[in-house]
Design a protein around this ligand. Structure first.
Ligand SMILES: Nc1ncnc2c1ncn2[C@@H]1O[C@H](COP(=O)(O)OP(=O)(O)OP(=O)(O)O)[C@@H](O)[C@H]1O
Ligand SMILES: [Mg+2]
Length: 253
């Protein structure tokens, strides 16, 4: 679903954000991208929705050579890749419904499709009862769920989340992670850049660790600081927790 080969990114000011990245992410998987501040997590995500183009290397997303994509084709890519940010980026003068509907309307969607898709995604994120509220009337968790609904309204194959719980308290964080798992169980490939060690360690999903723009660890069922760190402490560690640890059943969706 996602494939990077020899990808490097140097910003115009000379900062080398990524250096020789090789990464494959299978369809339907759930991957954490971790690493200290400034190690290139956001830069890597930006390559996947063509917010940036690599200085070297190839980026393939859903069969498309993203770095070669014509500008006119970018909107099409953005429909198959939904993006969620730490600061929600909602339109403050629009209601929940309008924020989600707007994402469809700007692509010229028919009213009939808007009327069908908006309730579908608001239902999915558990917000149908808040559809007339403005962002200022919502909790942080509800604002993030609105942003996730908006990211899902085109039925993307991939959902990219850059610190999706960075502004949330622990209970809202758990709620949002449950939601991301549920979305993943329905078949969407989910990539989450995060600093949240508790979340990463609890979920035991694939963890890709960046340091100075390079991948320094890549483990299935990994931990934030790597399984190596766990073995070094001599403990066996807690059993891996699946979606049920967040109250999400396998059969949901
Ligand atoms: N637009 C930009 N222009 C120049 N340099 C940038 C730009 N965006 C990021 N950088 C630099 O690229 C490097 C990687 O930044 P990036 O934002 O990808 O890190 P990050 O891992 O997402 O960090 P954080 O955890 O703080 O969000 C950093 O050194 C940063 O200063
Ligand atoms: Mg970042």
């Amino acid at each position: 679903m996602i494939s990077l080969r020899g990808v490097s990114l140097t910003y115009p000011n000379g900062t080398e954000a990524l250096d020789g990245i090789d990464l494959d992410i299978q369809k339907g998987s759930f991957v954490f991208l971790v690493g200290h501040s400034g190690t290139g997590k956001s830069s890597l995500l930006r390559l996947l929705y063509r917010e940036s183009v690599p200085t070297r290397g190839t980026v393939v997303v859903d069969g498309v050579r993203v770095e070669r994509l014509r500008r006119s084709r970018v909107p099409q890519l953005r429909r198959s890749v939904g993006v969620v940010f730490q600061d929600f980026k909602l339109l403050l003068d629009k209601t929940v419904w309008e924020n989600v509907a707007f994402a469809l309307q700007v692509t010229g969607a028919r009213t009939r499709d808007v009327m069908r898709q908006v309730p579908r995604v608001l239902d999915l994120v558990g917000l149908p009862h808040k559809s007339r509220m403005f962002p200022s009337e919502l909790s942080g968790g509800e604002q993030q769920r609105t942003a996730i609904a908006r990211a899902l309204v085109h039925n993307p194959k991939i959902l990219l989340c850059d610190e999706p719980t960075g502004n949330l308290d622990p209970s809202n964080t758990t709620e949002i992670m449950e939601l991301l798992l549920r979305i993943n169980l329905k078949g969407t490939t989910v990539v989450v850049a995060t600093h949240n060690q508790a979340v990463v360690d609890r979920m035991r999903r694939r963890v890709v660790r960046l340091d100075a723009g390079r991948i320094v660890a890549d483990e299935e069922r990994g931990l934030y600081f790597g399984n190596e760190a766990l073995r070094a402490t001599g403990t066996t560690g807690a059993p891996a927790l699946g979606p049920s640890a967040f109250g999400v059943g396998r059969g949901l969706g």
